[in-house]
Design a protein around this ligand. Structure first.
Ligand SMILES: [Zn+2]
Length: 408
């Protein structure tokens, strides 16, 4: 494991002459990245490289101040270019850091969860589960955005919470670099955990993070039917390829009126699904959670949406998912916690997200139940077909459940 104390830094490859270099003696903690800074022993240029932490494990990036850079193409748009541009232009942002000490430790395992993508923050945080049984002097410190701090498990020794909007976390935070240097001096050792973003959630319990049990399948048919829709206003439920194009235009050119039009269409589609379900399951109740408060739902929806949810709201949403036979939403990190707690899900997936189909799903049932209760449908799927899936899942699961258990 690489460490800031005793100092042990990883090797890197020069972006100019491609020579391999031993670990550099200078580092910079940007927030998202831990960078090594030094000179190539072969060609002499000064360059930066990311330590193999988080996505740095799979995507090594090295670059100089001018024009040389080296990184996997797959990481270009979302990881490499934002980092290189920020360092070359000297862009940065500001944020205060709060330190919460729960347990006195001298040997630190630092788990850096800072990331401009909400889903990545969660996946990095889940790594904490593997470091519960440590020696007395050792402990994990979780570095995390303040609005995700409610998810940090109780066994974590310290929480360093950064008060910042998540989407700004691609930029270097000089105060954080100062803070990490100061803190490093206060411990006997500080190792940096790899913070994998692809760990197997099937192998551990999510309760230490969510602090609530998931929906109990025994109650599936006994409990009043509750379907929760997950709302977001930057990726919409669509009905045609025209909508897909408009969505792309709205994102690229920040056209608010298109967003509003798509949000109105989305609201109508959710209402259509609910109305079709009600025809077959008259006592079903509907809730809607998520980011954004566009429009007004009919009175038979319990509208729990927020523009800026605080921890109290997040916990209330968790309770809603835990009582839902079904959550329905568009693919994205917005589906992680809902699919961890609800009995089943329907996810609408854009074609561009097919390679990432598993990344936002935390549901874990035995295989037969998982197939039945976890449905991926195309983003353009009609309200009628979404409702047909929902109705079948609600009405037919009991038969599968009882017979599967009887066989085992
Ligand atoms: Zn070189």
């Amino acid at each position: 494991m690489w460490s800031l104390k005793p100092y042990k830094s990883p090797p890197s490859t020069c972006p100019s002459c491609k020579s391999d270099n031993e670990g550099f003696g200078t580092w910079q903690f940007t927030g998202l990245h831990l960078l090594g800074i030094g000179r190539c022993t072969n060609c002499g240029i000064k360059y930066y490289h990311n330590w193999p932490v988080g996505h740095g494990v799979d995507f090594p990036i090295s670059f100089d101040d001018q024009s040389s850079s080296r990184y996997p193409q797959k990481s270009k748009k979302w990881l490499a270019e934002p980092l290189i541009t920020a360092i070359r232009t000297g862009s940065n942002t500001t944020a205060s850091v709060e330190r919460m000490v729960r347990q006195t430790i001298s040997d630190v395992l630092l788990l850096n969860c800072l990331d401009p993508c909400y889903g990545h923050i969660l996946w990095k945080l889940f790594n904490a589960i593997y470091y519960q049984d440590l020696e007395d002097s050792q402990g994990i410190i979780v570095l995390i955005p303040a609005n995700c701090q409610w998810l940090v498990p109780d066994f974590v020794a310290e929480v360093w919470s950064v008060d910042i909007e998540i989407d700004l976390l691609g930029l270097p935070i000089p105060q954080l670099d100062d803070f990490i240097r100061e803190m490093t001096n206060q411990y006997d050792s500080m190792h940096i955990l790899p913070a994998s973003t692809h760990i197997d959630h099937g192998k551990f319990d999510l309760k230490p993070f969510l602090r609530i049990d998931k929906f109990d399948l025994v109650s599936f048919s006994k409990q009043q039917v509750c379907i929760t829709f997950i709302w977001r206003q930057d990726r919409f439920w669509l009905s045609s390829t025209i909508g897909e194009w408009l969505n792309l235009i709205a994102i690229k050119y920040s056209q608010a009126w298109i967003n509003q039009w798509l949000a109105r269409k989305q609201l109508q589609k959710i209402k259509q699904v609910a109305d079709l379900v009600l025809e077959q399951i008259p006592n079903a109740k509907f809730k809607v959670t998520g980011l954004g408060t566009y429009g007004i739902f009919p009175e038979y929806f319990n509208d729990l949406r927020q523009n800026r949810p605080d921890p109290k709201t997040e916990i209330e949403w968790c309770s809603t998912y835990q009582q839902s036979q079904l959550v329905i939403g568009v693919h994205g990190s917005n589906m992680l916690i809902p699919t961890a707690l609800a009995a089943g899900f329907i996810e609408l997936i854009p074609k561009s997200k097919l390679p990432f189909i598993t990344e936002d799903i935390l549901m874990k049932h035995p295989a037969r139940f998982q197939t039945f209760l976890g449905r991926h449908l195309d983003l353009l799927t009609s309200a009628k077909l979404i409702a047909a899936h929902a109705i079948s899942m609600i009405k037919d699961f009991d038969y599968l459940y009882k017979h599967t258990l009887a066989e085992s």
